[in-house]
Design a protein around this ligand. Structure first.
Ligand code: B12
Ligand code: SF4
Ligand code: SF4
Length: 363
């Protein structure tokens, strides 16, 4: 059996759902699209990365001769919708952090390959560097681009995590799925509640709820309202996609659903200590932003869902030691009309002028 076949078999044995191959040439084809997005200011989180770092595998590792692209489904059958006193985590953050799960699978798979081909060297990337996972996956034939920007695989849909294995040997490349299969469908564009998909393949990251739930610092009212009940991430433009109906479900037990992590009580998130955070959230993919960001998001949700219980939680939060939590609790209280506004008027007098400035800028 040749090396390519050994890799395909090892991937399957390690529980990886799809595998494809592309060469190490720079994917310059994407650069005009990248420059256009950058000029519009649509890139977020990693907006200072240059085109060659996104699309040239050799910029990640100069000895790279080919790229093995892998996909792992995280689609489970369980559906959850939050009640008024609960917040919601997107599928991406259910179960163990996918970065760790994918790295573990890649190492398992490559140690099998190395037993037969000891001279093989590799470097694995799963979000841990600015190599565009979607561009590599598309070139390697893992799927086509949906109008929502996702790589969609025929049998797994778009609820797939992507990873790249850079190899020091040359292998035959697979053929990309050139044509989008969306046809006339525009369900994702219509369903996005914040207009982040401005048209087919036109994604503005600044507006996306997934970005807002990760954004550090203070959020303005439009951003807070956009978050709805989300504590982390957003699945709407994938949930509506016909290619995610009747798909192959995930076999990965490490992504199994635990309702404490999926639709937790807001009170539970707001009052969690480091021990609970460490036990339930730190090792999920929402963990990288830390406890305070999750708690800030829970405070924002309390202002989006007007309920007595949520009001009581906010009255507690305006005494929090952390400025970010106090100020967001005040913003949320303003959503409760006179009783909330009265509390804010009283409390803000106890705050510094710097705090008052920020409050007035973001309210
Ligand atoms: C930063 C980031 C984000 C930012 C978005 C930044 C932005 N403005 O684009 C935020 C925080 C918003 C985000 C959110 C999410 N993310 Co994210 N994210 C990333 C990350 C780390 C980099 C993406 C990026 O900015 N690349 C830079 C640009 C230049 O590259 P690009 O996005 O790949 O787009 C280029 C090409 O792919 C191509 N292209 C794009 N569309 C099309 C269409 C056609 C027709 C063609 C030909 C080419 C083409 O041209 C673009 C050039 O500008 C990647 C991992 C990685 N290292 O690639 C994950 C990644 C894209 N995210 C992923 C996921 C799962 C999510 C969420 C679903 C998580 C959640 N549930 O909340 C949401 C979905 C949001 C959405 N609607 O896309 C997955 C997507 C898997 C898939 N099946 O496609 C990735 C690949 C992580 C992974 N390894 O699995 N993410
Ligand atoms: S993840 Fe949510 S907010 Fe972002 S583009 Fe999709 S539907 Fe819109
Ligand atoms: S919802 Fe429709 S337009 Fe959007 S990605 Fe899926 S098939 Fe394509």
């Amino acid at each position: 059996m040749n090396l390519k076949d050994e890799i395909i078999i090892a991937a399957k044995e390690s529980g990886i759902d799809r595998v494809g191959f592309t060469d190490a040439a720079s994917k310059d084809f994407f650069i005009p699209m990248f420059e256009e997005r950058r000029s519009k200011g649509w890139l977020t989180l990693m907006d200072d990365v240059e085109a060659n770092e996104w699309f040239d595998p050799k910029a990640a590792w100069e000895r790279c001769r080919s790229v093995v692209s892998i996909a792992l489904s995280y689609r489970h059958s369980e559906e959850w919708s939050p009640k008024g006193t609960q917040g919601s985590f997107a599928r991406v953050s259910r179960g163990e952090d996918y970065h760790d799960v994918l790295h573990e699978k890649i190492n398992q798979m490559m140690s099998k390959v190395k037993r037969i081909y000891p001279e093989i060297e590799y470097k694995a990337y799963v979000d841990n560097g600015p190599l565009s996972d979607r561009a590599c996956a598309w070139h390697a034939g893992i799927g086509f681009y949906g109008k929502n920007g996702f790589i969609i695989n025929d049998s797994c849909g778009s609820f797939i995590f992507l990873g790249q294995i850079l190899l020091n040997v040359k292998l035959d490349a697979d053929t990309p799925v050139l044509e989008s299969r969306c046809g006339k469908c525009e369900l994702c564009i219509k369903a996005c509640p914040v207009g982040a998909i401005k048209g087919p393949y036109q994604f503005d990251g600044n507006l996306c709820i997934a970005y807002l739930t990760q954004k550090k610092g203070l959020l303005d009212r439009q951003e807070r309202k956009a978050m709805g009940q989300q504590l982390y991430g957003c699945d709407i433009c994938q949930d509506v996609c016909p290619f995610n109906k009747d798909v192959k479900l995930s076999n990965e037990q490490k992504f199994s659903v635990d309702c404490k992590k999926v639709v937790p009580e807001l009170e539970y998130i707001i009052n969690m200590d480091n021990k609970i955070y460490g036990e339930y959230f730190k090792n999920t993919s929402s963990g990288w932003r830390g406890k305070r960001t999750l708690q800030r998001n829970a405070v924002i949700v309390c202002g989006n869902i007007i309920l007595e219980n949520n009001f009581k939680l906010l009255l507690q939060c305006i005494h929090d030691q952390r400025e970010e939590i106090r100020i967001h609790a005040m913003f949320s209280l303003l959503e409760y009309g006179e009783p909330g506004e009265r509390t804010v008027r009283e409390q803000i007098e106890k705050e510094s002028s710097d705090f008052k400035d920020k409050f007035n800028r973001y309210r």
